[in-house]
Design a protein around this ligand. Structure first.
Ligand code: NAD
Ligand code: IPM
Ligand code: MN
Length: 719
């Protein structure tokens, strides 16, 4: 069980926390939440924005989630204090900076990526130093005698040393080394091939030179990642113009603060940008946005940045699948654009958008995503109808891929490579179609080679086949066709039975890139054969399913891992309230041993509903024509909804009661409670179950539990 402390803070921080947090229980995560106070209200009450109890609570958890905190200037902060604390020289210190400094959270990781809208896809990450730099806290009014010997400037003399202020940009080798190591590690882990240090060495010549030396020392240990230093103002410009050129951007505290807001703007606004503050102690996670006082209390803030921040936290805590599920659900709700907040052009409230996201997570999961890139100047100009875009997408959808993006791109190496870079790592499959011909305007193979960073290699045997094909098609053998036998090293070749250019596929950054020639008569059958090739490998596998009820995904997972700690089998868990679907896949030649199968059945016996993906309601409707007797009118409506065609089946009447009653729970705002359900058959057989429930999922859960109870009662009757 992991422990997470929630510090909602001020303004919209409270609202986005409240709206997004139910996702933790919707995913049935083994996480205990606790709450603490932080922020402006604490300052106003007792002159301390991070009270001692909050520090105590922080020490007891695995991670902290912060909403947002209001900070105001010096004079306003003083005025906000209670009367007895005014004039006591109590300094307001930004709580987030306190958390970062006192917990040693030296890296502030702010991933940004394209989600939707009329801009080119990109994916990058700003990592800002979080404890030193211009926000070290050395910020002074007046130039005292202790520094006046060296702190000199002709402007100081105009009004005297008291009428001047100064700030120290502290940079230490210790601080820089740990920042850069974390940055390069992050780049490697997240498939980024470039790290750019955004600084200002042309002006801040000493600190800039010093930081540059440390940067290149660390970079030298990561030879697989390109490293460069750019002036921070130029990075701001290029980030707006060409965000897809960047990988990870690392910067000192203030430069990173500014760049990460800018990058959030590129993503679609502050309502979308998440962050992770990590370092040597307990990490904390928060949206990049602040408390937006002008919007507070209006239920209109976008909760997405909070959902994405929760996803970063879950990833950190080891719940990778659930983190991905949240990211995908938020992406999907934003892309569908039906239920979004005002900043994305919609009219939904914070709560409505959050509900839509949570509903999407509970909807049947589409695990594989794809994007389709069609290449050709003539497609961009509309000279030819781009039928490939539609037909390739339909093939992918039929093979259970969710097509997330369709892009048309000119015959331009740099543009194609950049789009590929942006799509890889975000989609299982990236299909590129067109531009594999032999003429000089065909750039795709070179662009793919650049993007996946594998040189083009000549395949002599493919060249022989191409020549045969040319002869068969009655086309004179042209030397330029030799180009069509070039493939990025490590590619697998896809035969082209009706044309000359073979396709190929290669994995890169966690994605599979499939390149196909442009003519639809060639591209479509080749994609079909690629899909059947890869699906066939799947199909040969042995699959074992368990449909479990009354147990959390986390419990199922830990029991299985305990039994099979070192297995290489694919084990999938899917939470579909109130069920956990577990599937184990073993290689074709390796069916599961009967003894293991028996042990698994035994472990889950008390929760097993079926081994063929049937729900309790399905099973009950298979055996009888059920009617329900209950004094609870709301409950009887709910149960009636679940009836399907059962004519001709033997009738069965079951009395059912629940505690607490449906009417009382619908109005309760508790997120997770326990409900007891009792069922009695005419035969006198009874069954009682207790299960946790959430208001939003009750409608689905109750009929399933009721059916489950009846099935168990029937089993005791028969047994
Ligand atoms: P802000 O991020 O609070 O808001 C700036 C603007 O961004 C808003 O007016 C709004 O247009 C937009 N915006 C922000 N969050 C949004 C969301 N969820 N949905 C839709 N639009 C959103 O920045 P600010 O106005 O400069 O600062 C307000 C207060 O927040 C200040 O007291 C500041 O110190 C504090 N702040 C706190 C944090 C933090 O807690 N980490 C970060 C930034 C600012
Ligand atoms: C952020 C915020 C904070 C910062 C403020 C509120 C102290 O702007 O998290 O980006 O500057 O670090
Ligand atoms: Mn900021």
């Amino acid at each position: 069980m992991k422990k997470v402390l929630i510090l909602p803070g001020d303004g919209i921080g409270q609202e986005v926390c409240e709206a997004a947090l139910p996702v933790i229980s919707a995913l049935n995560l083994p996480i205990t939440l606790s709450w603490g106070e932080i922020g402006w209200e604490c300052w106003k009450k007792a002159g301390d924005p991070v009270p001692a109890q909050t520090w105590d609570k922080i020490r007891q958890v695995d991670a902290v989630l912060v909403g947002a905190i209001t900070s105001k200037g010096k004079a306003e902060a003083e005025r906000a204090l209670p009367a007895h604390l005014q004039g006591e020289s109590i300094a307001y210190l930004s709580p987030v900076i306190q958390l970062r400094q006192r917990l040693g959270l030296f890296a502030n990781i702010r991933p940004v990526r394209y989600i939707e809208g009329a801009r080119r896809p990109f994916r990058c990450c700003v990592i800002r130093e979080n404890t030193e730099g211009l926000y070290s806290g050395m910020d002074f009014k007046g130039i005292g005698a202790e520094v006046s010997d060296w702190l000199k400037h002709p402007n100081i003399d105009k009004y005297g040393p008291e009428e001047a202020a100064w700030t120290v940009r502290l940079q230490t080798r210790f601080g820089l080394e740990r920042l850069f190591y974390t940055t390069f590690d992050y780049a490697r882990q997240h498939h980024f091939s470039r790290v750019t240090f955004a600084d200002k060495p042309n002006v801040m010549r000493e600190s800039g030179h010093f930081a540059a030396e440390v940067f290149y020392e660390v970079a030298a240990q990561f030879s697989d990642i390109a490293a460069d230093i750019q002036n921070v103002d130029a990075v701001a410009l290029r980030l707006v113009l060409k965000p897809d050129e960047y990988g990870v951007i690392v910067a000192e505290n203030m430069f990173g603060d500014i760049l990460s807001d800018l990058a959030a703007g590129m993503m679609g606004g502050l309502g979308l940008a998440p962050s992770a503050n990590v370092g040597s102690h307990i990490p904390y996670f928060e949206p990049v946005h602040g408390s937006a006082p002008g919007m507070a209390g209006k239920n209109k803030a976008n909760p997405s940045a909070m959902f994405y921040s929760i996803a970063l936290m879950l990833d950190y805590l080891g719940f990778h699948r659930q983190a991905k599920a949240i990211d995908l659900a938020v992406d999907r709700v934003i892309r569908e654009g039906k239920i979004t907040t005002y900043d994305l052009g919609g009219t939904a409230t914070t709560q409505q958008m959050a509900h839509a996201i949570i509903r999407t997570i509970n909807a049947p999961a589409v695990t594989r995503t794809a994007c389709v890139i069609t290449i050709g100047d003539e497609l961009l100009s509309g000279q030819y109808q781009n039928s490939n875009q539609q037909h390739l997408s339909q093939l992918l959808a039929a093979a259970d891929y969710q097509v997330r993006l369709q892009i048309v791109c000119a015959d331009n190496i740099r543009q194609i490579s950049r789009i590929l870079n942006a799509c890889c790592g975000q989609n299982e499959l990236v299909v590129v179609c067109g531009g594999l011909g032999p003429t000089s305007d065909d750039k795709t193979r070179e662009a793919v080679a650049n993007a996946v960073n594998h040189p083009l290699i000549h395949h002599e045997n493919v060249w022989v086949t191409i020549q045969q094909q040319l002869r068969k098609l009655g086309v004179p053998d042209d030397k330029s066709n030799r180009l069509q036998a070039l493939f990025p090293s490590g590619s697998r070749i896809l035969a082209n039975p009706s044309g000359t250019a073979p396709g190929f596929y290669i994995s890169s950054g966690g994605s599979q890139v499939v390149a196909l020639p442009g003519p639809p008569s060639q591209a479509l059958p080749m994609l079909e054969s690629y899909l059947s090739l890869t699906n066939k490998r799947e199909a040969g596998k042995n699959k074992y399913d368990w449909m479990l009820i009354g147990i959390s995904e986390g419990e199922v997972e830990s029991k299985v891992r305990e039994l099979l700690p070192f297995t290489e089998w694919d084990i999938h868990f899917l939470w579909k309230s109130p069920y956990v679907l577990m599937q184990i896949e073993t290689p074709p030649s390796q069916p599961m041993q009967q003894s293991i199968l028996n042990t698994l059945d035994e472990i889950f016996q008390a929760h097993l509903v079926s081994k063929n993906n049937k729900t309790a309601v399905n099973l009950l409707n298979d055996v009888c024509d059920i009617s329900w007797a209950t004094p609870d009118a709301a409950l009887s409506v709910l149960l009636l909804n679940e009836k399907s065609v059962t004519e001709g089946k033997p009738p069965l009447c079951a009395e059912v009661s629940i505690n607490p009653t449906l009417a009382s729970v619908v109005t309760s705002d508790n997120l997770l409670e326990k409900m007891t359900m009792s069922v009695r058959l005419q035969s006198g057989a009874t069954q009682t179950v207790a299960f946790p429930y959430k208001n939003t999922l009750l409608q689905k859960s109750i009929p399933e539990y009721a059916a489950w109870c009846v099935l168990n009662a029937l089993a005791t009757d028969n047994g």
